[in-house]
Design a protein around this ligand. Structure first.
Ligand SMILES: Cc1ncc(COP(=O)(O)O)c(C=O)c1O
Length: 466
């Protein structure tokens, strides 16, 4: 047969490739035998492959260190993990094993920081960058953290009023470090021009002179910016980036304490086997551009901070489903029904039309066909019908008997649990699937374990008051 799924993939992409290979017609993900996990746990299940997290962190650190060396850049690089992409303790602890710092978004993140300190996973030297529009509960939690002796907490001011809360609540003798987030201009295709997050760039110099300069309690250390669409090699990104670096240089001339630039998150991850992004080139451009702008302005270069979320955890995650039925709704459209829901397990596919890397786990030697994938909820939008590289979904044909078709959505480790709410009530009461973790044991051997069972009817009925 030369119309097999294997033929299709090999004609379209370089395959096998990093993280994906096929042995005896079964897919392997980072060397993991997914079929063995299906046999052990049953579908549907979420999978976290912990070793990938360290690989990503070390990859970014190496790229920045190489670029710093190559450009003879006289500043340091700090990798911060953006907690909101996945707050789970096993994820946070894995990132911290690789020497990261932390970026927070809400008051409850500060409780996580305290827990991690109690468990000796971080120290009072760890950088804690506090982002977001802050409620009183958040500013007070930040103040308490600083009062308790954390030395490198940097509240990143989202607006001009935020500082007043810290003035009232912080009671330490040493100076408190501050950042300011620069409100970014969005792409022309977006729904508005300027991000709601941060302080408009034209107000920043004046605000610094009026409210921070000469203050005995506070010093401005960091300028922060984050583009909603991420770090892209296009004219729009680089023009925004250069505006912020120029602003940094202007500010540096009147604010000698300023010594850090934070470029946020936004590294893309692989959502298709055709993914092509030159991380090394981008990192080198970032470092080289900062250096040349600082040189033109005759100011020292800043330390560089990033807050990668998707890049840190995205590629560690997967969701595995079975195809439990096939429906032919007209003479062309064949639906494969999965044993869960896209809306509830991968909400980005429904909310923002996100694509993930989707591959069958078995039947690579079977003929393929174009199909639509349908979820179990009765919602008309619970479907997945196109991929990143093509406006269609192709999967192996089902056989009337024998093993069902299993499919995997890969690189789903960021945001999906946080957006759908882990546990809790779900659309049409479709339960949260089991969650399997693969990591190393104390002897350095890979092992898998069940972090959470499939959500039960009782747990939902209790929330619903039955
Ligand atoms: C301030 C800030 N930093 C970092 C991130 C992480 O972005 P990503 O997951 O694209 O790396 C976000 C995402 O919304 C953010 O708002």
């Amino acid at each position: 047969m030369n119309n097999t799924y294997t033929d299709l993939v090999k004609q379209t992409f370089e395959f096998p490739q990093e993280g994906f290979d096929v042995k005896d017609n079964y897919l392997e993900f980072n060397g993991l035998d997914i079929k063995a996990l299906i046999d052990k746990y049953g579908t549907p299940f979420k999978l976290t492959y912990l070793p990938k997290i360290g690989m990503q962190i070390n990859k970014a650190k190496k790229m920045f260190h190489d670029a710093i060396k190559k450009n003879r850049y006289d500043g340091k690089y700090y990798y911060c993990y953006c907690t909101k992409s996945s707050h789970f303790s096993f994820i946070m602890e894995e990132t911290l094993k690789h020497g990261v710092h932390i970026e927070t978004s809400f008051a409850y993140d500060i409780d996580i920081v305290n827990k991690l300190y109690e468990k000796k996973k971080i120290s009072k030297e760890t950088f804690v960058l506090c982002n977001g529009f802050k409620t009183k509960a958040y500013t007070r939690a930040i103040a308490r953290l600083i009062n308790s002796g954390f030395k490198n907490v940097i509240p990143v001011l989202d607006n001009k009023e935020e500082l007043e809360d810290y003035k009232r609540n912080i009671r330490i003798k040493d100076k408190v470090k501050l950042g300011i987030r620069v409100a970014a201009e969005e792409e022309p295709s977006f729904d508005f021009y300027t991000s709601r997050l941060g302080v408009p760039p034209r107000d920043i110099l004046e605000y610094y002179v009026d409210k921070i300069k000469g203050n005995e309690k506070f010093e401005l250390k960091m300028l922060h910016f984050f583009m909603n669409k991420g770090i892209k090699d296009d004219i729009f990104y680089w023009s925004q980036f250069n505006r912020v670096i120029n602003l940094y240089c202007q500010l540096k001339k009147i604010c000698p304490e300023l010594d850090s630039i934070n470029i946020g998150g936004g590294f893309p991850i692989k959502h298709s086997l055709g993914f092509d992004y030159d991380y090394n080139y981008i990192v080198n451009e970032i470092v080289a551009n900062i250096k040349s702008t600082c040189k033109k302005n005759k100011v020292p270069v800043p330390d560089i901070y990033t807050e990668f979320g998707s890049f840190t955890v995205g590629e560690s995650g997967a969701v595995i489903y079975s195809v439990v039925g096939e429906k032919m709704q007209n003479d062309r459209e064949s639906w494969y029904m999965i044993d869960s829901s896209f809306i509830t397990t991968l909400p980005d596919t429904w909310g923002i039309g996100e694509k993930f890397l989707m591959l069958p786990i078995n039947k690579w030697d079977q003929e393929y066909q174009e199909v639509h994938l349908g979820g179990l909820t009765c919602d008309g939008y619970d479907f997945y019908t196109s991929e990143e590289h093509i406006n269609a979904v192709f999967l192996p044909k089902q056989q009337p008997s024998g093993e069902p078709l299993y499919i995997g959505f890969f690189h789903t480790g960021a945001y999906q649990d946080q957006l759908s709410g882990y546990g809790g009530i779900k659309h049409c009461l479709i339960p949260s699937p089991k969650h399997v973790i693969v990591g190393y044991d104390k002897n350095g051997q890979l092992k898998d374990w069940l972090y959470a069972k499939e959500q039960t009817s009782q747990s939902m009925l209790k929330i619903l008051g039955y």
